[in-house]
Design a protein around this ligand. Structure first.
Ligand code: LMR
Length: 397
């Protein structure tokens, strides 16, 4: 026998919840676990601009032949425009290379493989708390992981002093993973002046920044949300960015993202790009085309692009409205605990402060599913489920 020593693995803390939710027979169950945007009808529809782009693609597509290992140069150029801003020095000087990747997770993994294979680093500092999969992705690539302080449970805000203090424990040459915006799970981002300080500090300490940029446009705007990355670019010649288009294009199951490596100059960039391609080729050979074509079609067409930015704005604003409603309704229900900090958080998630026991009660007694850390996907709250949600929260406090 070969396989009889294999033990059953625990369910994934986020995606496993969706499975559990599907099997729950409670009539008014609510899934606020996974980070998937829903409209007020509780649906995750295909964006209008995506539908339009798909029609164009269907009408004009001539072949299903392979893409090149990093995807098309046009896709890379468009992603760089989104991340750094059109016409930015990094883009113009061609010192950044971008490869298409299967979602944000795939982008993180390709970047991690590249760093390990090139023996650039073997230790990465990750925020405490973070998206749970970060440990698995970087661990699987061969990274040792360490955590830096991030969240202050008393203020429900950023533990900025603690963060700087723990980053000072890192060795020169270590990697520091930062959430570009809409920190997952806390929803708390550094303010512009804090980004500035962090960029200076990490440059002084000679740490290599690696940005996980999965929610561009869900915080304050497509451009506004790049403030952290663009500030770091002033102080760091070299860094990586993993972009995801799951949320801002609603392309969850198309698995579309990108990995960008910023280098000191164009000559180094060409070398890095060649090695990035080696990492991809050994992994999944070359990427699937459909999601990339959608993103490319929308971003390269001024009309579609403007319409897409509006769709992102609509999603962002609906989430903000739900944050507000959640705070107001809890107060109306007579909940004494102050939840107003939820209004200060960015993006899809709210770190509610609910403990494991309360989270478990929400699930078993009320059929309300949130992540074990107390993370609520605010993007799944609607005017139809808010009352049941607030009653459930009040019931477990
Ligand atoms: C989340 O954090 O809910 C999303 O990024 C989905 C995932 O893959 O975990």
């Amino acid at each position: 026998m070969f396989f009889d020593k294999i033990e059953a693995a625990p369910a994934d803390p986020i995606l496993g919840l969706t499975e559990e939710f599907r099997n729950d027979t409670k009539p008014n169950k609510i899934n606020l676990g996974v980070g998937v945007y829903k409209n007020d009808a509780g649906e995750t529809p295909v964006l209008k601009t995506v539908k339009k782009a798909e029609k164009i693609i269907l009408d004009t597509e001539k072949t299903k032949s392979y893409l090149s290992i990093p995807g098309t140069p046009e896709y890379g150029r468009l992603v760089q425009g989104l991340v750094f801003g059109e016409g930015d020095e990094i883009v113009v000087s061609k010192r950044a290379c971008t490869a298409q990747a299967p979602g944000g997770t795939g982008a993180l993994r390709v970047g991690a493989d590249f760093l390990i294979q090139q023996k650039i680093a073997n230790k990465i500092w990750i925020s405490n708390p973070t998206w749970v999969n970060h440990f698995k992705v970087f661990g699987a690539a061969g990274f040792e992981t360490a955590q830096y302080n991030y969240y202050n449970p008393t203020t429900h805000g950023l533990d900025f002093e603690g963060m700087k203090q723990s980053l000072r424990q890192a060795k020169a040459g270590d990697v520091v993973l930062l959430h570009g915006c809409c920190h997952n799970p806390t929803g708390i981002d550094p303010k512009p002046e804090q980004w500035e300080e962090l960029a200076k500090l990490t440059a002084e300490l000679n740490l290599l920044p690696f940005f996980d940029f999965a929610y561009q446009g869900f915080g304050n705007g497509v451009n506004e949300d790049a403030v952290g990355i663009r500030t770091f670019a002033k102080y760091h010649k070299e860094f990586l960015v993993a972009s995801s288009f799951s949320k801002n294009f609603g392309l969850y199951n198309e698995r579309i993202g990108a990995i960008t490596v910023v280098n000191a100059d164009a000559e180094q960039c060409a070398k890095s790009f060649s090695q990035l391609k080696i990492a991809i080729r050994a992994n999944y050979s070359n990427p699937p085309a459909h999601g990339a074509k959608i993103v490319e079609t929308i971003l390269s067409n001024p009309e579609l692009r403007a319409e897409w930015e509006n769709e992102v704005k609509e999603m962002r604003e609906r989430i903000k409205t739900m944050r507000n409603l959640l705070v107001t309704k809890l107060k109306e229900l007579g909940v004494n605990q102050d939840f107003s900090f939820i209004n200060e958080q960015n993006g899809m998630f709210s770190f509610s402060g609910l403990n494991k026991e309360q989270v478990n009660k929400l699930k078993t007694q009320f059929g309300v599913y949130i992540v074990g850390s107390g993370r609520i996907s605010v993007a799944g709250i609607t005017t139809h489920n808010i009352d049941a949600l607030c009653t459930a929260i009040a019931g477990v406090l």
